[in-house]
Design a protein around this ligand. Structure first.
Ligand code: AGP
Length: 614
C-alpha cells in the first residue's frame, strides 16, 4: 500500500520527476517518504517521516537546484507502514552493501524473518524493523557483477508480494524493477523512462506504458527497457496507450479530490453507460463479458466478491440480479471468501468488484475461484490492473481516475455496471422485451438524476452543520437501501472519523437501539420505494429514544419529510436506482461533515487507496 517511482534519463534530472511522481501516488500511503539518487560519488539517500511535501523541503535544504542536474537516475517511495513504525530509519529507500545498493518496495515479504536470520548469520547488520530491508541485503548477497541476475536469484527466495526498484553504485546507469502481486507500470518516454505503482505518476511524461506481469523483472537504462522472467528468459510485453490526460488527475478548482469526484459522477456515469445499452432489444451489450446467451442462461448462481465500498456495491447487486434475473446471489467479503474453502464451481459465476483492480484479498479470491473452475469476471475501474488481466473478461467502469481514498464515483459506476449486467442476464431469462426497454430508459436517466442530487449540496451542508459535532451516528435502511446505509456509514467513518454503524432498519430493535440518545443522530434512508413505511416505523422508535433523525427522502414526499427532524431530498426514482441517488446524497453529507470537522478529506488517517496487502 505504498507508492514507488523510478526515473532514468540521459539528460533530465531525476529529482523533480521523482517528487512530482510521489505526490501523485501519495494517496497510496503517506507516513514517510524518501529518494535515492545515483551520483558520480555513489548513492545519495534523502528520507523523511511525514508527507512528500516534507521530503521536498528536505531536498530543497540539502540538495540545491544547481547541483541536481547530475542525478539522472533515481528511485523514490511514499510509505504506508506495515512492518516497523513510520520512522526515518524504516522509511524507504533501504540500503545494503555499504550503502552502494538502494531499494524501494511496495508489498510484504512474508518470510522476511527467516531470510533476515539467514543473512544475519552471514554477518549482515540490519538497521530497520522493516521486511523490505531484507530484499536489499539479499540482492547484494547475490550480486556477482550482474544486478539483474542478483535480483532474480534473490526474488526466487522471497515469499509474499512486491513491486521493487533497485539501483546500485556498482552498476551505474541501470535500474532493476520487478513485480509479484503489487502493481508496476513502465512509462516509455521519448528521452526518459518512468516506473511507478500506477499510471497517475507517469501520464505527465508519456501515455505509452507497459504493465508488468507477476514474475516480470526488467532492466531499465537510458538506452531502453529489457524484460525477463525470474529465470532470466527474455519476455516481451505490449506497449499500451493510457486514455487519461493529466487534467483528469488535477483538482479542477475543487477544494478536494473527493468533492471533484462526487461532482464528476454525471459525466463518469455517462462514460460507464456509453455504447452499452441496446434500446431496440431492451438489453445491455457488455461485450467485454465474453459470455454467449447460452452461457449466461446456464449460470445457476452468482457470487459477488469485494471489500469495503466494492462489497457494498456487490450487496446492492444481490437485489438487482435476484429481482431482474431470478438468480440466487451471495455477496462475499473477499478475505472471508478466500480463506473459507469456498463452495464454488463450474455452474457459478463469480464477479469480482474492485475499483483499483489491485486489492490483495479480492485478487486472491479471484484466483481461488478460477482454481475451483468457476466462471470469473472482473468489474474494475483501473484499466490493465491485475484483477482485470487475471480474470480476462469483465466490465471496465470508465469512471476515470479516482484519487481520493474515499471511493465515490466508483461505487455509483459499479452499481450501474451491475444493473446493466443484471439486465443482460435477466433478458436471457424472465425479463421481457418491454421490461428491458423500460429499464434501459431508466439507466439512461441516471446521470441527470445524480445531477439533481448534486444541486442539493448546499442544503445538505446545512444539515451537516447541525450534526457535525456528533461522534456517533447510525445509518438505517431496508432492502436495496440496506447496503446503501452501510456505505453511508463507511464514508463518514473513513473521512470524518465519526463512529458510525449501518444497520438493516429492523435490526436496531435487536440490540443497537440501546445506544440511542439525543447524541446519536440516525440517518434513515426513506426513498419512496417498497419498505419505506416499515422504515418510517423504525424512525418513530428512534425518535421515541430522543435520537434526532435525518431522512433521505423522495423530493415530493412531504409525509416522510414531516416524519423526521431534518431531511435531504433525492429525486423520485425506481427501486433499482434508489441506492445510487441515496448514496450520492450520503457522500455529500459525509464530505460536508468532514469539512466542518477540519479532517484531511483526500488522505484520511490510517487509510490508503488500494490495499495491496492482506
Ligand atoms: C472506500 O472508500 C475505501 N477506500 C475502501 O473501502 C475500498 O472500497 C476497498 O479498499 C476496496 O478497494 P477496491 O475497490 O479498489 O478493491
Amino acid at each position: 500500500m505504498c507508492g514507488i517511482v523510478g526515473f532514468t534519463s540521459r539528460e533530465t534530472s531525476a529529482v523533480g520527476p521523482l517528487i512530482s511522481g510521489l505526490r501523485r501516488l501519495e494517496y497510496r500511503g503517506y507516513d514517510s517518504a524518501g529518494v535515492a539518487l545515483e551520483s558520480p560519488d555513489g548513492i545519495r539517500v534523502y528520507k523523511q517521516t511525514g508527507k512528500v511535501a516534507e521530503l521536498d523541503a528536505l531536498l530543497k535544504r540539502e540538495l540545491p537546484e544547481d547541483e541536481r542536474g547530475k542525478f539522472t537516475i533515481g528511485i523514490a517511495h511514499t510509505r504506508w507502514a506495515t512492518h516497523g513504525l513510520p520512522t526515518t530509519v524504516n522509511a524507504h529507500p533501504h540500503l545494503a552493501d555499504g550503502g552502494s545498493l538502494a531499494l524501494v518496495h511496495n508489498g510484504i515479504v512474508e518470510n522476511y524473518a527467516a531470510l533476515r536470520a539467514g543473512l544475519e548469520k552471514h554477518g549482515v547488520v540490519f538497521v530497520s524493523q522493516t521486511d523490505t530491508e531484507v530484499l536489499a541485503h539479499l540482492i547484494a548477497a547475490f550480486d556477482h557483477g550482474d544486478l539483474l541476475a542478483a535480483t532474480c536469484d534473490a526474488l526466487k527466495r522471497v515469499e509474499g508480494t512486491y513491486g521493487i526498484a533497485v539501483i546500485s553504485a556498482k552498476h551505474r546507469g541501470e535500474m532493476i524493477v520487478a513485480r509479484k502481486g503489487s502493481p508496476l507500470v513502465i512509462g516509455m518516454g521519448e528521452k526518459d523512462t518512468v516506473v511507478a505503482s500506477d499510471v497517475s505518476a507517469i501520464v505527465a511524461h508519456t501515455r505509452q506504458v507497459i504493465y508488468l506481469k507477476d514474475g516480470d523483472v526488467a532492466r531499465i537504462t537510458p538506452e531502453g527497457v529489457d524484460i525477463y522472467s525470474l529465470d532470466n528468459a527474455p519476455v516481451s510485453r505490449e506497449v499500451q496507450e493510457v486514455d487519461w490526460d493529466i487534467g483528469a488527475i488535477e483538482k479542477g478548482g475543487f477544494e478536494h479530490f473527493m468533492l471533484k469526484e462526487i461532482f464528476e459522477q454525471p459525466d463518469a456515469l455517462r462514460n460507464t453507460i456509453r455504447g452499452r445499452l441496446d434500446a431496440a432489444e431492451g438489453t445491455a451489450i457488455l461485450s467485454g463479458l465474453g459470455l454467449s446467451p447460452r452461457e449466461l442462461a446456464a449460470i445457476r448462481r452468482l457470487v459477488i466478491i469485494g471489500c469495503g465500498t466494492s462489497l457494498h456495491a456487490g450487496m446492492v447487486g444481490k437485489y438487482l440480479f435476484e429481482s431482474l434475473a431470478g438468480v440466487p446471489v451471495s455477496p462475499e467479503q473477499a478475505a472471508e471468501f478466500r480463506y473459507s474453502n469456498p463452495i464454488v464451481g463450474p455452474d457459478d459465476w463469480v464477479i469480482a468488484l474492485s475499483q483499483s483492480g489491485e486489492t490483495a484479498d479480492t485478487l486472491a479470491a479471484v484466483r481461488e475461484s478460477i482454481r475451483k473452475g468457476a466462471l470469473v469476471s472482473g468489474l474494475c475501474n483501473v484499466v490493465g490492473s491485475t484483477i482485470a488481466r487475471e480474470t480476462g473478461r469483465g466490465v471496465y467502469l470508465h469512471a476515470g481516475p479516482e484519487i481520493s481514498v474515499a471511493s465515490t464515483k466508483a461505487f455509483t459506476a459499479q452499481v450501474t455496471a451491475l444493473l446493466m449486467t443484471a439486465l443482460k442476464l435477466g433478458r436471457t431469462r424472465r425479463l421481457s422485451h418491454e421490461e428491458g426497454t423500460a429499464l434501459v430508459a431508466q439507466i439512461e436517466r441516471i446521470p441527470d438524476l445524480i445531477a439533481e442530487v448534486l444541486k442539493e449540496s448546499d442544503a445538505i451542508a446545512k444539515v451537516a452543520e447541525k450534526y457535525a459535532k456528533s461522534d456517533d451516528m447510525f445509518f438505517i435502511g431496508r432492502g436495496i437501501l440496506y447496503p446503501a446505509a452501510l456505505e453511508g456509514a463507511l464514508k463518514i467513518k473513513e473521512i470524518a472519523y465519526v463512529h458510525a454503524e449501518g444497520y438493516q432498519a429492523a435490526e436496531l430493535k435487536h440490540g443497537p437501539i440501546a445506544l440511542l440518545s439525543d447524541e446519536t443522530p440516525v440517518v434513515a434512508l426513506l426513498a419512496d420505494i417498497p419498505g419505506k413505511e416499515k422504515t418510517l416505523g423504525n424512525v418513530q422508535e428512534c425518535r421515541a429514544r430522543k435520537a434526532p433523525v435525518i431522512g433521505v427522502v423522495t423530493a415530493d414526499d412531504e409525509a416522510a419529510a414531516a416524519a423526521v427532524d431534518d431531511f435531504i431530498r433525492v429525486p423520485r426514482t425506481s427501486v433499482e436506482l434508489a441506492p445510487i441517488l441515496s448514496v450520492v446524497a450520503l457522500q455529500l453529507f459525509a464530505y460536508h461533515v468532514a469539512r466542518l470537522r477540519g479532517c484531511e478529506i483526500d488522505q484520511p488517517r490510517n487509510l490508503a487507496k488500494s490495499v495491496t496487502v492482506e
